[in-house]
Design a protein around this ligand. Structure first.
Ligand code: MG
Length: 159
């Protein structure tokens, strides 16, 4: 009756791109690299949904050498994963996300990210959590070279 999936993603900071996380544009001097808009939150959530239904991962379903996805709004990946889950008779029950970044500070953006995720997953906002952590200056993420995201999504059988 329940399925659970986890997703992980990381993207390197690059110059000359807007920073988009959880569908929210955040004012920051650096954006995230990648073929699409680089939204590591939405990529991790997509993989969590796909993982819960035993589907191929985001890289297989939306190849990063496909020009169709260049600069793409990553919300479409979540929507597609949710649709695939729906075809198998499942809908989201809750979603829990941890963003690991030294900068920017995400506290003031978490509510907007929750709203976006809740809308994409068709959930009430209290069934979505977004937590922000630093990596205590350790390693590549700790040096501010990029952002990493972990996500867990629970699916339940749609009635
Ligand atoms: Mg990604």
């Amino acid at each position: 009756m329940y399925r659970i999936g986890m997703g992980y993603d990381s993207h390197r900071f690059v110059e000359g791109r807007p920073l988009v996380l959880g569908g929210v544009r955040i004012d920051h001097p650096l954006g995230l690299g990648g073929h699409s808009d680089g939204d590591a939150v939405l990529h991790a959530v997509t993989d969590a949904v796909l993982g819960a239904i035993g589907a191929d991962d985001i890289g297989q379903l939306f190849p990063d050498n496909d020009p169709k996805y260049a600069g793409a709004d990553s919300a479409q990946f979540v929507r597609r994963a949710v649709a695939l889950a729906g075809e198998k008779g499942y809908r989201a029950a809750n979603c829990d996300v941890t963003v690991i970044a030294e900068a920017p500070r995400l506290a003031e953006h978490k509510a907007a990210m929750r709203q976006t995720l809740a809308a994409l997953l068709d959930l009430p906002s209290d069934a979505v959590a977004v937590k922000a952590k630093t990596n205590e200056t350790m390693g590549a993420i700790g040096r501010g070279e990029g952002i990493a995201v972990m996500a867990v999504v629970m699916l339940t059988q749609a009635s």
